[in-house]
Design a protein around this ligand. Structure first.
Ligand code: K1U
Ligand code: ZN
Length: 151
């Protein structure tokens, strides 16, 4: 979890699920402190959503696994959560605002779901095309050293 937090801060991101760094574990880290505020890391082991509000809220989400794509997603605006913390204690709490958005986004990762899966077919296809183009460009990109050795 310490390594995950370091990776998340370096990205930078506000959340990270273990599977995003290739670890198939039900672990999430998060820090919703704003720039200039004291870091406030949170750790979630085996998190479960106990209840979801019927009301939804829109939030423009991004994802470290889907770079440079930002889209509005509708999710329940409040959830009740149970998880084990860093110290191994079982915690139950109500989440709202960005906390509710982020924990639902991260818990989707645990099930192999990405935020673009919540979009309309058209928006998802546009996002996937943008990703494919970026991947192609990155593959075509050559380093200055490689360029100077070209004939
Ligand atoms: O899980 C992830 O891919 C991380 C993702 C979390 C997230 C962001 C927005 C809504 C829901 C979940 C990110 O952290 S994307 C980067 C980001 O939002 C951010 C980065 C630096 C400063 C502030 C925000
Ligand atoms: Zn993500």
């Amino acid at each position: 979890m310490d390594d995950m937090l370091e990776t998340m801060y370096a990205a930078p991101g506000i959340g990270l699920a273990a599977i995003q760094i290739g670890e198939p574990l039900r672990i999430i880290v998060m820090d919703l402190a704003r720039e200039g505020e004291k870091p406030a890391p949170r750790y979630f082991v085996n998190p479960e959503i106990l209840t979801r509000a019927a009301e939804t809220q829109p939030y423009e989400e991004g994802c470290l696994s889907v770079p440079d794509i930002y889209e509005e997603v509708q999710r329940p605006d409040k959830v009740r959560l149970r998880y084990m913390n860093y110290q191994g204690e079982t915690i139950e709490e109500d989440c709202d605002g960005l906390y509710a958005v982020c924990i639902q986004h991260e818990m989707d990762h645990l099930e192999g779901i990405l935020f673009i899966d919540h979009l309309s077919r058209l928006k998802r296809e546009k996002a996937l095309n943008k990703l494919k183009k970026a991947k192609k460009l990155a593959e075509e990109e050559v380093t200055p050293a490689q360029k100077s050795h070209r004939i």
